[in-house]
Write a protein that binds this ligand. Structure first.
Ligand code: A3D
Length: 313
């Protein structure tokens, strides 16, 4: 008998982000078994068949299946939750809360019963409240519940810095902390191009502009699309996180993690740099903040607290 333990990934919600995540998972070959689940009949089945037919073209040797039967997600190692309403023009992420909290509650109960040992990656907005909902309802330890937002926001920040400097985006290292919303905190002091501080390469005005554009990066895409929000990079961002957990890579990524005193914050999910490995959030990388950064992070804390209260949990 083979000693190899097959890795199983389930993606809940076969909409724009869920489909993108499924596609990237197959392309990056991060799991052996991939299950795409949705409540709409035929939708996950059709999407999974289509994505599965890329296998001979990209060398994927695993299995992908679409289903409306939650029991087929059983014994997943990682579950990515993308189910729920997405923003339309004029809507804030908070406008989604009432509907999405019900959806995420129901899903978290099922995940806890079918895959009690999995790591949960939540993508549904407003993310900081939805990941809290999943944490409360699943009863999982804080290491195994994490929100995707910082990987996406940091990618947007890195692209904007790279564009302003005329350099390759992959050579820009930059971190966005805090809430996934208008008060998110793109860290200026820590942004660098292969170690060279960005603050020494760009004017304050140029950096302020980049920060603002990062904060409204999601809204800009919603305005163009009109019928929904970003999905390609959000899908890949969730898959990067899932890959680090499934392969125990210990990658360091900004993620919404439940804080218990780190950065002086307790009892809520907040975007911070974490180490992602087989155990989930294996460590939170804490470092001293300046007074300005502390004040900016306080805005995130207040906004997340309001969202948490609105969940009624
Ligand atoms: P969309 O294309 O509408 O897909 C949502 C899917 O969820 C649909 O196929 C629904 O049928 C399905 N669904 C609804 N209820 C359930 C349920 N109970 N069980 C299973 N599936 C269900 O939206 P989308 O894919 O564009 O966005 C999905 C969510 O991700 C939204 O809440 C977005 O706001 C959020 N999102 C978050 C980020 C972050 O960075 C945090 C980025 C992009 C999108």
């Amino acid at each position: 008998m083979s000693k190899y333990k097959a890795r199983k990934l389930s993606i809940i919600g076969a909409g724009a982000v869920g489909t993108s995540a499924a596609q990237w998972s197959v392309q990056r070959q991060i799991a052996d078994d991939i299950v795409l689940y949705d409540v709409v009949e035929g939708l996950p089945q059709g999407k999974a068949l289509d994505i599965g037919q890329t296998a001979p073209l990209n060398g994927f040797a695993g299995r992908i299946a679409g289903t409306n039967d939650f029991s087929l997600t059983a014994d997943s190692d990682v579950v990515i939750v993308t189910a729920g309403l997405a923003r339309k023009p004029g809507m804030s992420r908070d406008d989604l809360l009432e509907k999405n909290v019900q959806i995420v509650k129901g899903i978290s109960e099922q995940v806890a019963s079918y895959s009690p040992e999995c790591c949960l990656i939540v993508v549904t907005n407003p993310i900081d409240a939805m990941v809290y909902t999943a944490f409360k309802v699943s009863g999982f330890p804080r290491q195994r519940v994490v929100g995707m937002a910082g990987v996406l926001d940091s990618a947007r920040y890195r692209v904007l810095i790279a564009k302003a400097l005329g350099v390759a985006p992959c050579d820009v290292t930059a971190l966005v902390m805090g809430i996934h919303g208008d008060n998110m905190l793109p860290m200026i002091r820590l942004a660098s191009v292969n170690g060279v501080p960005v603050a020494d390469l760009l004017s304050k005005e140029a950096i302020d502009e980049i920060v603002k554009k990062t904060q409204y990066g999601g809204a800009e895409i919603v305005q163009h699309l009109k019928t929904g929000s970003a999905f390609t990079t959000p899908g890949l961002a969730a898959v990067e996180m899932a890959e680090s957990i499934l392969k125990d890579s210990k990658r360091v990524m900004p993620c919404a993690a439940y804080l218990e005193g780190e950065f002086g914050i307790s009892g809520l999910f907040m975007g911070v740099p974490v180490v992602l490995g087989a155990e989930g959030v294996e460590r939170i990388l804490e470092f001293p903040l300046t007074n300005d950064e502390k004040a900016a992070l306080e805005l995130s804390v207040n906004a997340v607290k309001k969202q948490m209260e609105a969940t009624g949990l």
